[in-house]
Design a protein around this ligand. Structure first.
Ligand code: GLA
Length: 730
C-alpha cells in the first residue's frame, strides 16, 4: 500500500487522485473506490490504517475463466442485477419495455453534515441510486442506506431492493453468529463455521419476527475468547418483512446484503418518485464478540434510542398482566398499585382488558376507549391514584389490530389486510389493520392521540400479537398492492414519530407477543422492548444473553413473575427471579395480591439494590463472563459503569453437579491500578475473599463465590475506592 500525503483528521475523506473514499472512526477504517469501469469497489474494512495510508485507484478483479465475469469476482458496494451478476443484487428492476438489465456506475458524490452521498446511475437509463454513508466517530459504526430514484419518463417495478452490501476481507476461517427463535424462545444464539453458499436470514411475516433477528456477526477464526478476535457485525433497521443474505462465493469472498424481503415484493416507482431503503448499520471490533456488542450497545444508546443522548435510566415498572389478565377494574388496579408502590416501583402499567368490550381475547381490539363497566369514571381516578402513590402511569395498547367482534370492525370490515372473497385467517381471534391505508393510519393516530391527550399517560406498551396472513390491499392499484410491505411500516413509524412529537414525555415499549419486533428501526421510535413472553428466570438467562449480542440491556425489559413459572412450571426463589431480571430494565409482573409480607420485604430490598446498580447495568460495558448457553450449569455477567467506578456482577448456578465449585470469576474492564471494595449484595463469597483489592487483583486472581444447590444466584459489586494511581492507599 503506497503512502500518500498525510490525511486531515476527518471522518470522511475523498482522494480525487485515486478516486477513493475513506471513513474513519474509533480505530476502524472503511475504504472503497471507483474502479476503471465506474463501479464502486470495496477496498478495506477493519482496524484503523495509518493516517497517511492510501490505496491506489481501484481496479476490478480478473474474471475466473469464462464462467465468472469480473462482476462476480470484484467486491462491490452496491450492484444492480445485470451484466452477468450471480450474487444477490442490491437492486433488481423490470422496465416497461421488458429490459431487466441494470448496471450502476459512479456519477458524483458530496460530503455534507458528516454524511457521504455517492450517486450512481444506470449506464443508459435515468435510474439513479444515492448511497448514503455515515460513520459514528465514537464507535466506528457505519450507517448505510440507498435511495432509488426514477428520472425516466415511465414507471418501473423494483423487484429486489437492499440497503447495502458489506464486503469482508478475504478469509476462509469465518464463523457466523445469528439469532433465531420462536415465541417464548427468542434470541437463540447460533455459531457456525461459514461454508461456501448462502445463509438467508429473513422474515416474510410483515414484521421483524421471532424466527430470525436482523442481526449478524462474523468472526475471523475462532478466538474462543469473548474479548479477542476480529468481528464484523451489523443489524438492519427495519420492522417489516426483511432479508439479510450472508454469502461466501466461489472465490471465498464473504458479502452481507440486507434490505427488503424480495419474496412477494414489488414496488412501482413512478417518474419523479424515489424510495429510500432502511438503514443498515455495521461495525468492526478487534476485541472479539464481546467488544462488538459493547460498541453496539454504546452506539444504540448514543445514536438510536429516541431520547439519546443521554438516555434516562429506565424506571422500575409494575405490570398487571400476569396478576389479572383481562379481569381489570378500577378497584383491583388501585389495590395492585398500592402494593407496587410499597416495594419501590416507579411506573404502574395497566395491561390488556381495560378498553371496549375486552373481557377476553375475543373482542374489543380497535375500540380504544375505557370499558364503562370496569372504569365508570374513565381512567382518571386510577391515574390520579397512581400519581398520588408517587408513580407514573402506563397503558397497554395493540393499535394495529382489530377483533372482528368490535365496533371498529363492524364499521370498517374493509380496513384489514385481506384478499376479497378469500378467508381472513384469524390468529388470537384478531386481524391486522392495513396501516398502509391513509384512513387506517389516521384512525390509529387519532385514537391514540386522544387517549394521550385525555389522560396523563407516561408510557405505552405497544403490542402486536400476530403476524400477517392474506396480505392483500384491494383498494390499491393492482400492481401496487405489494407495496403494502413497505408502506405499512413507513406509516407505523410516522404514527410513532407523530405521537412522540405531540406528546414528548411519553415513552413507548415495542412488544410483539415477546421479542417479535425488536430491531434498530423500531428502536428509533421506542424506548424499550419486551424480549420474550417467557418470564421463567432460568430460560430468561439464555434469552437475555442472546439479546445482548445485538441490543443494549438498557432497552431489555425483564420482569419478576410468579413461581412456579406459568410457562414450564419451574419453581425458583424470589431472589433468583429478581437477579435474573435485574440484568436488564427491571419490571415486576407478579400477582402482588398473593405475596406474603416476607415477599414484600425481600422485594423491597432487591428493588433498592437494583436502583444502586441500574445505571451501571443499563448504560455500562457488559462482559459475558460465563455464557448460560450450550447447557452450561453456570453463568455470569459483569457490567462496568461508564465512569469505571462500579462493576455489578451476577452469577447463576443452574444445578450443582458432582460438587464442582462455581468457576472462579475473573473480572474484566476494571482499572488495574485503582482499588475496589467488594460488596456482596446477595449470596456468599469464599472466606478468604479480600474486602478490598486492586483492579489488577480482581481481574487476575478473581473471586471465588460459594453457590450450591439448584437455581441459586449471587450479586455483588466492586466499588472504586481510590484513583488509579493510588494502589493500596485507600
Ligand atoms: C401479549 C404480551 C403480554 C400481554 C398480552 C395481553 O401476549 O406479550 O405481555 O400484554 O399480550 O393480551
Amino acid at each position: 500500500m503506497p503512502a500518500a500525503s498525510p490525511r486531515p483528521e476527518q471522518p470522511i475523506q475523498y482522494d480525487a487522485g485515486t478516486q477513493t473514499f475513506r471513513l474513519d472512526g474509533a480505530g476502524v477504517s472503511y475504504v472503497f473506490g471507483v474502479n476503471e469501469k465506474g463501479e464502486l469497489q470495496s477496498l478495506y474494512w477493519g482496524q484503523a490504517l495509518g493516517p497517511s495510508d492510501n490505496f491506489p485507484q481501484a481496479h476490478s478483479r480478473p474474471q475466473w475463466a469464462s464462467f465468472d465475469l469480473p462482476v462476480n469476482t470484484t467486491p462491490q458496494e452496491f450492484v444492480g442485477w445485470g451484466g452477468g451478476l450471480y450474487a444477490e443484487p442490491d437492486l433488481k428492476i423490470t422496465f416497461p419495455d421488458g429490459n431487466r438489465d441494470l448496471v450502476l456506475h459512479y456519477v458524483s458524490h458530496a460530503i455534507h453534515d458528516r454524511t457521504l452521498t455517492v450517486v450512481m446511475k444506470d449506464i443508459s437509463r435515468d435510474v439513479y441510486v444515492s448511497l448514503e454513508y455515515r460513520i459514528d466517530e465514537a464507535t466506528g459504526i457505519l450507517r448505510r442506506s440507498a435511495t432509488i430514484e426514477n428520472r425516466t419518463n415511465q414507471p418501473f417495478t423494483i423487484e429486489e431492493a437492499y440497503s447495502a452490501t458489506w464486503n469482508l476481507p478475504s478469509a476462509d476461517d469465518y464463523e457466523l453468529r445469528t439469532l433465531t427463535g420462536r415465541w417464548a424462545g427468542e434470541f437463540d444464539l447460533h455459531e457456525v463455521p461459514m461454508q461456501p453458499g448462502k445463509t438467508i436470514l429473513e422474515s416474510r411475516r410483515g414484521s421483524t419476527g421471532q424466527q430470525n433477528n436482523p442481526w449478524f456477526a462474523i468472526e475471523r477464526g475462532n478466538s474462543g475468547d469473548e474479548d479477542q478476535g476480529d468481528v464484523w457485525f451489523g443489524a438492519l433497521g427495519w420492522s417489516g418483512s426483511w432479508q439479510i443474505v450472508v454469502e461466501q462465493n466461489q472465490a471465498k469472498q464473504v458479502r452481507v446484503t440486507g434490505g427488503f424481503q424480495p419474496f412477494d415484493f414489488a414496488y412501482v416507482l413512478h417518474p419523479g418518485e424515489s424510495l429510500q431503503m432502511p438503514y443498515f448499520y455495521a461495525g468492526f471490533s478487534h476485541q472479539g464478540i464481546g467488544g462488538a456488542s459493547r460498541l453496539f450497545h454504546r452506539f444504540q444508546l448514543s445514536t438510536i434510542v429516541p431520547e439519546a443522548p443521554p438516555p434516562r435510566v429506565r424506571p422500575v415498572l409494575y405490570n398487571s398482566w400476569e396478576a389479572t389478565e383481562f379481569a381489570v377494574d378500577e378497584a383491583g388496579q388501585e389495590a395492585l398499585a398500592e402494593r407496587a408502590a410499597s416495594i419501590g416501583v416507579e411506573r404502574f402499567v395497566m395491561d390488556d382488558g381495560w378498553f371496549g368490550e375486552r373481557n377476553s381475547d375475543h373482542a374489543g381490539l380497535g375500540d380504544w376507549w375505557p370499558n364503562p363497566q370496569k372504569f365508570p369514571h374513565g381512567l382518571k381516578p386510577l391515574i390520579d391514584k397512581v400519581h398520588s402513590l408517587g408513580m407514573d402511569f402506563g397503558l397497554w395498547v395493540e393499535p394495529e389490530m382489530v377483533n372482528p367482534d368490535s365496533q371498529l370492525y363492524r364499521e370498517h370490515p374493509d380496513w384489514v389486510l385481506h384478499f376479497p372473497g378469500r378467508p381472513r385467517t384469524e390468529a388470537r381471534n384478531q386481524l391486522v389493520l392495513n396501516l398502509a391505508r391513509p384512513d387506517v393510519k389516521a384512525y390509529v393516530l387519532t385514537s391514540l392521540d386522544k387517549l394521550l391527550t385525555d389522560n396523563d399517560i407516561a408510557f405505552l406498551k405497544w403490542d402486536y400479537n400476530r403476524n400477517w396472513s392474506e396480505p392483500g390491499w384491494p383498494s390499491a392499484p393492482i400492481d401496487e398492492e405489494k407495496e403494502v410491505y413497505v408502506k405499512y411500516v413507513q406509516n407505523l413509524y410516522a404514527i410513532l414519530q407523530e405521537l412522540r412529537t405531540r406528546h414528548p414525555g411519553v415513552e413507548i415499549e415495542s412488544c410483539s407477543g415477546g421479542g417479535g419486533r425488536v430491531d434498530l428501526g423500531i428502536l428509533r421510535y421506542t424506548d424499550e422492548v419486551w424480549p420474550s413472553d417467557n418470564t421463567d428466570p432460568f430460560d430468561r438467562l439464555s434469552i437475555q444473553s442472546g439479546f445482548t449480542y445485538a441490543y443494549t440491556p438498557s432497552v431489555m425489559m425483564a420482569w419478576v413473575t410468579d413461581s412456579p413459572s406459568w410457562m414450564n412450571h419451574r419453581s425458583s426463589s424470589l431472589t433468583y427471579r429478581f437477579l435474573s431480571a435485574m440484568q436488564g430494565s427491571l419490571g415486576i409482573g407478579a400477582n402482588l395480591n398473593q405475596w406474603t409480607p416476607e415477599d414484600f420485604a425481600a422485594a423491597k430490598k432487591l428493588v433498592e439494590q437494583y436502583k444502586e446498580i441500574r445505571e451501571t447495568v443499563q448504560h455500562g460495558s457488559l462482559y459475558r463472563l460465563i455464557s448460560p448457553l450450550h447447557g452450561s450449569e453456570f453463568s455470569s455477567t459483569e457490567t462496568v459503569s461508564t465512569s469505571e467506578n462500579q462493576a455489578a456482577v451476577f452469577a447463576f448456578l443452574h444445578s450443582s453437579q458432582m460438587g464442582y465449585p462455581f468457576p472462579r470469576l475473573r473480572m474484566r474492564g476494571l482499572d488495574p491500578k485503582a482499588n475496589y471494595r467488594m460488596r456482596m449484595l446477595d449470596g456468599k463469597a469464599a472466606e478468604d475473599t479480600p474486602a478490598s483489592a486492586s483492579g489488577a487483583y480482581w481481574m487476575n486472581a478473581g473471586i471465588q463465590i460459594d453457590l450450591r444447590g439448584d437455581f441459586q444466584a449471587a450479586l455483588f459489586t466492586l466499588e472504586r475506592t481510590s484513583a488509579g494511581t493510588e494502589v493500596g492507599s485507600e
